[in-house]
Design a protein around this ligand. Structure first.
Ligand code: DGY
Length: 325
């Protein structure tokens, strides 16, 4: 008998065909992801869980693990795995996996999409044109943006995605690249001339700041009131990591009080973001709904990688992308 697995969303067909050779699949066919209460019932007999971080699914924690006594592997279809309680999983010998590498370039593209659209006021001016405000009398000085090329970019978190951003910055936009990271990244320094600096120095010197660090206890609200105060008044702040790496109230305060110029946000403290969140009312803030890796090609590659990880564990092999401490 094949091991049973549950997926919190409907798996792309090709990926499902591959997985079906090795396991019996049950999946959620409703909107979004499986709601938590249903998930807790569905996992009672499964050995594998195929999922991703989402507010509907909730955390992979003691409560969830208590409902899944046969679980061997949880395969996250995402690179971030802050939704895992790794300690609780380790205690029960449940292996967690993620999907690195395959999304690096796509997320780096989004970093630049947010940099450019915030700097050049693309979403604001798109509305301006579409609502008929562009007139022969339009005062262009009022719609000037900021240059991106030949400025300084600060990257907080120089992992693989950070490096892909640095490459675009250096060769596409002739930017000087500063970075802050747990450890020095020789390759980024040699290839992109990236300069390693402490956080204070990065924040004070950068024109654009991209936060790209995983969410861990060390990076929780790594950017808060004091950090925004250090930034240039002309600085643009981009977050494509996780909402909790920023003190969102401090970000709102910094934007409302002109401490920084603008922000581009893919992630929020609470997702989906509350429609009354003041960030959504600000014309100098560009927002997207956590779409870092959301292109058809990359999502398909992530789905397949997650499937390979899951199948590896269920067939007694080492997964390609185990996560842990
Ligand atoms: C991930 O995979 O963790 C990212 O949030 C993708 O957007």
């Amino acid at each position: 008998m094949k091991p049973k697995i549950y997926s919190t969303y409907s798996i792309p067909v090709q990926v499902k065909d591959y997985m079906a050779q090795y396991c019996d699949i049950r999946e959620w066919h409703g909107d979004g992801r499986t709601p938590r209460d249903i998930l807790l019932e569905e996992i009672a007999d499964v050995e594998g869980l195929y999922t991703g971080g989402s507010s509907m699914v909730g955390r992979i924690d003691e409560e969830l693990l208590n409902h899944a006594p046969h679980l061997k592997v949880i395969s996250n279809v995402s690179v971030g795995y802050n939704n895992f309680d790794v300690d609780a999983m380790t205690k029960r010998n449940v292996i967690g996996t993620n999907t690195p590498y395959v999304l690096d370039e796509t997320v780096a593209d989004l970093a630049f999409a947010l940099i450019l659209s915030t700097a050049r006021r693309i979403t604001e001016l798109d509305r301006f044109v579409k609502e008929g405000s562009w007139k022969p009398t339009t005062n262009y000085r009022e719609i000037y943006g900021k240059d991106v090329h030949s400025t300084t970019l600060g990257i907080i978190g120089m992992g693989r995605i950070g490096e892909a951003i640095a490459r675009r910055a250096k060769f596409g936009f002739n930017m000087d690249v500063l970075y802050f990271n747990r450890n020095r990244k020789q390759a980024a320094e040699e290839k992109y001339g990236a300069e390693y600096c402490d956080l204070t120095s990065l924040l004070t010197r950068s024109d654009y700041i991209v936060l790209m660090t995983p969410l861990t206890p060390e990076t929780f609200q790594i950017i808060g009131k004091e950090e925004f105060k250090l930034m240039k008044k002309s600085a643009v702040f981009i977050n494509i990591s996780r909402g909790q790496t920023v003190d969102e109230q401090a970000l709102i305060h910094a934007l409302q009080n002109g401490e920084i110029h603008g922000a581009g946000l893919d992630v929020f403290e609470k997702e989906p973001v509350d429609p009354t969140n003041p960030l959504l009312q600000m014309s100098n803030v560009v927002t997207v709904p956590h779409i870092g890796s959301a292109t058809a090609r990359t999502e398909a590659a992530m789905a397949m990688r997650a499937a390979e990880n899951l199948v590896a564990v269920l067939t007694g092999k080492e997964p390609i992308d185990p996560v842990g401490k």
